[in-house]
Design a protein around this ligand. Sequence first.
Ligand code: HQG
Length: 188
Amino acid sequence: MDYQKLSKEVSYALRHAPHEYELELDDQGWVSMAQLLQALQEVPLWSQVTEEDLHEMISRSDKKRHEIHNGKIRALYGHSVPQKIRKEVKTPPDILYHGTATRFIDAIMKNGLLPKGRQYVHLSEEMATAKQVGKRRDEHPVILKIDAKLAWSEGVEFYHGNEMVWLADRVDRRYISMINDDESRTVS
Ligand code: HQG
């Protein structure tokens, strides 16, 4: 079984297109595993997929994208569904990072970080992770440093995605600074 491919399809279903799979997410993004399996099994490629495979998919993944609990499964972040997925408000680390493409910098420094196609802005706990995120869009991404401590102290809410990913509704430009090249070169 190609677990990476399975993970991509599960992410697509749970983050973006539950309707296509006739899935109903609750307000925290959970859906019963039985319902997801039934929907996946209608796709020829996944006709044999089992609950064990979903566990295996999660344990093999480089990132904690999905979570299983009490017979249910959910995507931990990344949603674009119209129905708002409610996340747990949590005190963030003092500093968070966001990796992005150079071509977006002017707009970000003017308007702040906006969720764009997703429900939340995605922030990284580590600079190296932010760099990887930015590399999806730009060979030489820009890493932004977010003063989460100040934002939190001024009432901005942060939400827990997984142990590396934090979410926010938006991030005002006052909390954003650019990391210089030397500092960003220290992480791969
Ligand atoms: C940019 C992946 C112009 C923002 C990753 C980003 C992550 C602005 C893009 C997760 C802007 C949105 C999310 C503004 C933000 N003007 N551009 N004002 N504000 N942007 O994909 O953070 O592997 O929705 O910088 O690893 O890149 O799928 O967000 O470049 O954790 O599990 O608008 O997706 O996770 O892009 O990535 P995205 P993201 P997975």
